[in-house]
Design a protein. Structure first.
Length: 167
């Protein structure tokens, strides 16, 4: 299918400027969730290898991911108030929270950045864990933006390198 629709034809059809809008919308609406991360990675790689500027795709896509993750965090935060957690789960959450509190906060936030900004872990699962563990949105918001920009930029440059190797 890549040979029928090479990335430069896709970008030529959509337009370079519209590729940034498309990446932003895909990131904000679906982003790196459990179900749609493959679509996002493929779109970023395709657009970057088709002529869009990778670092600009990284910034635009990263902002979209951060906005989508912020919405998911808010939905989990306000939705969790009405959920009764079993004693067994509450004990697990408390045990995990106390283990995290033994580390310096900067180490926790660096680990969070590495999970969100370098690894392909679905962000909605991480947002659920952050809400369950009682993280403050104000403290993680900068990490969401930096990690989103990081993973999208990495994907754009890798996609550009990969497709230039194939084509």
């Amino acid at each position: 299918m890549l040979y029928q629709y090479p990335p430069d034809n896709v970008v030529a059809t959509i337009g370079v400027e519209n590729s940034y809008l498309a990446v932003f919308l895909i990131a904000a609406l679906g982003g790196l969730s459990s179900l749609t991360s493959g679509v996002f990675y493929a779109a970023v790689a395709t657009f970057s290898s088709g002529g869009a500027i990778p670092w600009l795709l990284g910034i635009v896509g990263g902002i979209g991911i951060a906005l989508g993750d912020s919405l998911i965090f808010g939905l989990f935060y306000y939705g969790a108030k009405d959920v009764d957690v079993s004693d067994q789960w509450q004990q697990r959450i408390d045990k995990t929270r106390s283990a995290i509190e033994h580390y310096p906060s900067w180490a926790t936030y660096i680990l969070l950045f590495l999970i969100l900004g370098v690894s392909p872990v679905p962000n909605d699962i991480v947002m659920l864990a952050l809400v369950a563990l009682g993280f403050s949105y104000i403290k993680i918001a900068p990490i969401l933006f930096l990690a989103g920009i990081s993973i999208t930029t990495i994907t754009a440059y890798l996609g550009q390198s990969f497709f230039s190797y194939i084509f």
